[in-house]
Design a protein around this ligand. Structure first.
Ligand code: UD1
Length: 363
C-alpha cells in the first residue's frame, strides 16, 4: 500500500513520527512524506523533524504563510500535482490545520481514500479555523482514527458511518512517552533565568481569537502580568503572537514585567522539558491540554471551549478564557492546595500508532 502522508505545521510532526515508527516492521506499507511548508522557519519546522528523529520529507512544497484562502489554495494546487504523479492508495492527514484541509480536499476530488489521524475532536465553535478544518476533513475521510470515546460519539452524531471510525487513542501521547526521557536529559532554559523546577508557569498563546484582536491580546497581556506577580512565567513566543504584539504596540508592556521571561519558539524536546518541570501551564494550544494531562501538570486554558473535553473531566484542565479573576483563583488553588487529583487516563498508553498500523494492515 502506497501512502502519501501530508504534514505542514509543527503539531503535525508529533503525530506523524509515531505512525512512521510503528510502520517500520511492515515493508508492505510504503510512505511518501510531503511537507507543505505551512511552517517553514527552522524553529517551527526543522527542529521538530530533528527532535522527533524524522528523516527529511520526501517532498517539500515551500508554500509559506498567507490568508486562509491563499494558503489553502496554494497547498491544493501543489499537492494535486504530487498526487497525480504518485497515485497513492491512500492519503494520510493529521490534526486540524490548513494543510490537513487542503490535502483532504485534493484527495477527495481525485477519489483517493483519506485516513484522518486525530479524528472526531470538536470544540463546537465554528469561529475557529481549526473547527472548520476538522469537520470537513472528517466528512471526506474513509478512515477516521478517533482519539477518545467522546470523539467517536461526535462523529456518530454527525452521521458518519460507524464502520469508518476506529478508536485508537492519541498519537501525541505516543510521541510524548517516547521522547520524554530524551527531553529531560537536555540542559533546558531555567538556569538562564534563575528559575528552579516547579518554580514557574509555562505559557503558550497563539490562537487567532486571543492574538489577532487588539483588545483580546491586551487582556492576555494584563492576565499574564497579574499571574506573574504570584509565579514567574516562561513564554516561548509564537511568530504570529510576536507579530501582533509589535503591530498593536503591546510588546513594550512585557518589558515592564520582569517576571515574564520571553524566549523564541522552542523545539519539541525543550517544550516537553519546560512543561514537565513547570508548576502550571497557561495555554490556548490543543496539544498542551493533552500533554499536561498525561504529565499531571495543572493546565489553565485561555479559551472558553475545548475540543478535548476529556481533560476537563479528568480534572487536569480548566477553561479560563481571558478572565483575570478566574485565572488568579485557579493559580492560587494550584499554588496553595485545592487543585483536584487526576483520574486515570484510558487509551493514552502510547500505543495509538500501533493500532492505526493494525487497521491499515487489515485493509
Ligand atoms: C497554525 C494552525 C494552528 C496550529 C498552529 C501551530 C491553521 C489554521 N492554524 O497556526 O491550528 O495550532 O499552526 O503552531 O492551520 N510564521 C512564521 N514562521 C513560520 C510559520 C508561521 O513566522 O514558520 C508566522 C507568519 O507570520 C504567519 C503566522 O506565523 O502568517 C501564522 O502562521 P500560520 O501557519 O498561518 O498559522 P499558525 O498561527 O501558526
Amino acid at each position: 500500500m502506497k501512502i502519501v502522508a501530508v504534514i505542514g505545521t509543527r503539531p503535525n510532526m508529533m503525530k506523524l513520527a509515531p505512525v512512521l515508527a510503528a510502520a517500520k516492521p511492515y515493508p508492505e506499507l510504503s510512505f511518501l512524506v510531503v511537507h507543505t511548508g505551512q511552517h517553514y522557519d527552522h524553529r517551527m519546522s526543522d527542529v521538530f523533524l530533528e527532535d522527533l528523529e524524522l528523516p527529511p520529507p520526501d517532498v517539500f512544497l515551500e508554500i509559506g504563510s498567507g490568508s486562509h484562502a491563499t494558503q489553502t489554495a496554494r497547498i491544493m494546487t501543489a499537492l494535486e500535482t504530487v498526487m497525480l504523479e504518485e497515485q497513492p492508495d491512500m492519503v494520510l492527514v493529521f490534526g486540524d490545520v490548513n494543510s490537513t484541509l487542503a490535502a483532504t480536499l485534493v484527495a477527495a476530488k481525485l477519489c483517493l481514500p483519506v485516513a484522518h489521524v486525530e479524528s472526531g475532536m470538536r470544540s463546537f465553535d465554528r469561529s475557529m479555523p481549526e473547527e472548520i478544518n476538522r469537520i470537513v476533513t472528517d466528512h471526506l475521510s474513509q478512515l477516521l482514527f478517533a482519539t477518545s470515546g467522546v470523539a467517536v460519539q461526535n462523529l456518530i452524531k454527525e452521521g458518519i458511518p460507524r464502520d469508518r471510525i476506529h478508536l485508537v487513542g492519541d498519537v501525541m501521547v505516543d510521541s510524548l512517552l517516547t521522547c520524554l526521557p530524551r527531553a529531560l536529559d537536555r540542559p533546558g532554559y531555567l538556569d538562564r533565568f534563575g528559575l528552579a523546577p516547579g518554580g514557574y508557569g509555562l505559557v503558550t498563546v497563539h490562537r487567532v481569537d486571543n492574538v489577532d484582536i487588539p483588545g483580546h491580546l491586551d487582556e492576555i497581556v494584563r492576565l499574564l502580568a497579574a499571574v506573574s506577580r504570584a509565579l514567574p512565567l516562561v513564554l516561548p513566543l509564537h511568530p504570529r503572537t510576536a507579530k501582533r504584539l509589535e503591530e498593536f504596540g503591546l510588546r513594550g508592556r512585557f518589558r515592564e514585567v520582569p517576571s515574564i521571561h520571553i524566549i523564541d519558539p522552542v523545539g519539541y524536546l525543550d517544550m516537553l522539558k519546560l512543561m514537565k518541570e513547570s508548576r502550571l501551564v497557561l495555554t490556548d494550544s490543543g496539544g498542551l491540554q493533552i500533554e499536561t494531562s498525561v504529565l499531571d501538570i495543572p493546565c489553565l486554558t485561555l479559551r472558553n471551549t475545548t475540543e478535548r473535553p476529556e481533560t476537563l473531566s479528568l480534572g487536569t484542565n480548566r477553561l479560563l478564557h481571558r478572565n483575570l479573576e478566574t485565572a488568579l483563583k485557579a493559580v492560587d488553588q494550584v499554588l496553595n492546595g485545592g487543585w483536584p487529583a487526576v483520574k486515570p487516563v484510558t487509551l493514552w498508553d502510547g500505543k495509538a500508532a500501533e493500532r492505526i498500523i493494525n487497521v491499515l494492515l487489515a485493509l
